[in-house]
Ligand binder design. Structure first.
Ligand SMILES: O=C(O)[C@@H](CO)OP(=O)(O)O
Ligand SMILES: [Mg+2]
Length: 402
């Protein structure tokens, strides 16, 4: 029942209108389908999404060098399947097969097995005792590499702390709506737009964005009588040039950037502070973490790229108390799990995350439960973002009923 009978790879289109891949893994009478997303602010140590020739070369490589080895393979052996993908690729960063093909195959295989076992993916991956639901962390104002002429800081996020997942996700969407109204009031004769992840974007400074965010959160929080945590993703590597952090209106050196990041938690109350420093600066991260760890989580995304070796270095250096998890940064479910396991054992909180270019695949909703994630970062509105958020509302119902 678990023997792989066929694996099909196809091109599909992601939310930015670019090609990506989808895999179908076929077992006897069951199948699993999964597609891989794409980042814009990619970390330097991520695996390569596609080989040099793009999606087509990845599929060609798969058909020539990988497919036949998967035929007849026992799909329940996820760890062996994932290590076989790595071996057949033959590089250390999936530069031949492409990390996105590996991700799609790895996830489709897990889904096929879960289907064959007639249990949801989160139970298959997390076991029967994994039952905590994360909080949604959704970006409401965006800039950086996800927009043009937006804020320097890539994401301003909110996480509503409602009684249910849906309550929280809906309240996040209310903040999003309120910010849209505030921006329209401010730019009376112009229309305001959204970035890749549907967060609002406008030609405003980071300080303006913080003020808008705080004003909108205050209103919605009192209307809903709900705590709303503030978050941000500096994605600092994307504006680090020649040793300086280059903002729209000023340049900061390392120490000034550390102080600025610390002030986000201390003066503005941000609880979630992602990638405050360039992704090579484990030490700078550690300084930010030491200063704010009692009131905030400092989250490594580009710093770790879901890579267990980098996570170990971060633990040793005390670089952060949080980690962002993205399967296609590392290419397989097994390698993702390794990073989550090592990070959480050392006390880091994990946040499972979408990419800026997404598909409608909802596997991160299931992984959030399987990995006991504190947050899921998956936007606030838009079909490809809601595919994950609404799936978590369903999973929550499942967990409450069973
Ligand atoms: O930096 C990030 O956290 C992500 C998702 O929000 O962006 P990208 O997918 O472009 O790397
Ligand atoms: Mg990030």
């Amino acid at each position: 029942m678990f023997e792989i009978q066929d694996v099909k790879m196809r091109k599909v289109i992601d939310s930015r209108g670019n090609y990506t891949v989808e895999a179908t893994v076929i077992l006897d009478g069951f199948c699993g389908v999964s597609s891989a997303p794409a980042g814009a602010s990619t970390g330097a140590t991520e695996v390569l999404a596609f080989p040099k020739g793009g999606v087509d070369s990845g599929i060609e490589f798969f058909n020539r060098n990988v497919k036949s080895s998967l035929m007849g393979f026992h799909a329940i052996n996820q760890v062996q399947l994932d290590s076989m993908l790595k071996d057949l690729d033959g590089s250390d960063n999936f530069s031949n097969l492409g990390g996105n093909l590996a991700t799609a195959i790895s996830m489709a295989n897990a889904k096929a097995v879960a289907n064959a076992l007639k249990i949801p993916l989160y139970r298959y991956v997390g076991g029967n005792l994994a039952n905590s639901i994360p909080r949604p962390m959704g970006n409401v104002i965006g800039g950086g590499k996800h927009t043009r002429n937006g804020t320097t800081i890539q994401e301003f996020l909110v996480s509503s702390q409602g009684k249910t997942f849906l309550d929280s996700a809906y309240t996040n969407a209310m903040v999003h709506r309120r910010i849209g109204e505030m921006l329209s009031d401010r730019f009376k004769d112009q229309s305001v737009g959204v970035g890749d992840e549907r967060a609002w974007t406008a030609n405003i400074s980071d300080e303006d964005a913080i003020e808008l965010l705080k004003a909108a959160v205050k209103e919605v929080s009192s209307e809903r009588k709900m705590e709303i945590k503030l978050g941000l993703d500096f994605a600092a590597t994307s504006f680090f040039e020649n040793g300086k952090y280059v903002y729209r209106d000023r340049k900061l050196n390392k120490d000034e950037q550390i102080d600025y990041a610390i002030s986000m938690a201390k003066d503005h109350g941000f609880y979630f502070v992602e990638d405050p420093m360039v992704d090579t600066d484990f030490d700078g991260f550690a300084k930010v973490t030491a200063a704010i760890r009692d009131k905030a989580i400092v989250v490594g995304d580009d710093l770790y790229t879901t890579n267990v070796e980098r996570v170990k270095k971060g633990i040793e250096m005390k670089s952060s108390n949080g980690i962002l998890i993205k399967v296609n940064q590392i290419g397989t479910l097994t390698a993702t799990y390794e990073a989550v396991k090592v990070a959480t054992r050392s006390g880091m909180k994990n946040t499972i995350s979408h990419r800026s270019g997404e598909t409608t695949d909802n596997f991160i909703a299931h992984l959030a439960v399987a990995f006991s994630s504190t947050f899921i970062k998956s936007g606030t509105i838009g079909g490809e973002r809601l595919a994950k958020l609404n799936e978590l509302a369903r999973i929550e119902e499942d967990l409450l009923v069973l």
